[in-house]
Design a protein around this ligand. Structure first.
Ligand code: CP
Ligand code: NVA
Length: 300
């Protein structure tokens, strides 16, 4: 296992399975967990907005007996041009672990390498591994397993969530179909070299992307940092809206997932997002349990 978690591959398949088991345990035994972070200070650096990630990490560190320090770009000299390298060296002298949400993935990965303490990627433009831990935990809760399932990801499949589902599918052994128009399909050069790109199914046919799938996922069409392209994106991605008509092509047991924040009427209709197949609130809750399991593994 690597010192840092920049993408799910850093855990590897066996460790990932262990973290997911521990996440289920954390959920069942909330309040009875070992204080794995007792005496430890964990920095939470957020250079982009966050509701779920920030709060679930802060609560999670507290529940594991540690002290969270929330640091945003306005409060750090990083926001005024101090280098990532100097910030990494200094913070490593105080903190026992760092969680960071940032912009360019390579910059955050380099920041992790410069830190002598473990660093968790809390979202970059390329990957969102903590969300995937919660998502996989949620799928296991609903189906009992991951292997052999058919999972669909619709819309901007080139985004951090699409890339993260690709890694998860290869580590956990389920089929993944990415449904999005040309220009919004994954850039394989952004993926780690161990990914078998011949196994990735990409289609610009929304029906083929969801047909007989057990899990249907989508994400915002305008990820953080892409606001200037919003009008073009809404136009191009329109045919990939997750609505009742499209969902009817999925397996009859299908669940609907969305990492949130969601924009009803755009990537997903309110009817589907708030409907009986949606598991979005369990998915959001599982951020807490999955990240506690991750921190107990990586920050100990
Ligand atoms: N899903 C997710 O990461 O949400 P936040 O941006 O609110 O943290
Ligand atoms: N793809 C989205 C995920 C938000 C949690 C973004 O990067 O904004």
């Amino acid at each position: 296992m690597s010192k840092d978690l920049m993408n799910l591959g850093d855990l590897g398949a066996d460790k990932l399975a262990q973290v997911l088991e521990l996440a289920a345990w954390m959920k069942k035994n909330r309040g009875k967990e070992q204080k794995a972070l007792a005496g430890k200070s964990i920095g939470l650096i957020f250079l982009k907005s966050s509701t779920r990630t920030r709060v679930s990490f802060e609560v999670g560190v507290n529940e594991l007996g540690g002290s969270p320090l929330y640091l945003d770009s306005h409060g750090l000299q990083l926001g005024r041009g101090e280098s990532y390298e100097d910030t990494a060296r200094v913070l490593s002298r105080y903190l026992h672990g760092i969680v960071i949400r940032g912009h360019a993935h390579d910059q955050i990965a380099a920041f992790g390498k410069e830190c002598s303490v473990p660093v968790i990627n809390a979202l970059t433009d390329r990957f969102h591994p903590c969300q995937l831990l919660a998502d996989l935990q949620t799928v296991i809760e609903k189906f009992g397993h991951l292997k052999g399932l058919r999972v669909s990801f619709l819309g901007d499949t080139a985004c951090n969530m699409g890339n993260s589902w690709i890694l998860a599918s290869q580590l956990c052994g389920f089929e993944l179909r990415l449904g999005g128009p040309k220009g919004y399909q994954p850039d394989f050069s952004q993926l780690p070299s161990w990914v078998d790109t011949s196994k990735i199914i990409v289609t610009d046919d929304p029906v083929a992307a969801v047909k007989d799938c057990h899990v249907v996922n989508t994400d915002t069409w305008v990820s953080m940092g892409f606001e200037a392209e919003a009008a073009d994106r809404l136009k191009a991605l329109g045919p990939f809206q997750l609505n009742a008509e499209l969902l009817a092509h999925a397996d009859k047991s299908a669940i609907v997932m969305h990492c949130l924040p969601a924009y009803r009427g755009k990537e997903v209709t309110a009817e589907v997002l708030d409907g009986p197949r949606s598991v979005i609130w369990d998915e959001a809750e599982n951020r807490l349990h999955a990240q506690k399991a991750l921190m107990a593994t990586l920050f100990k």
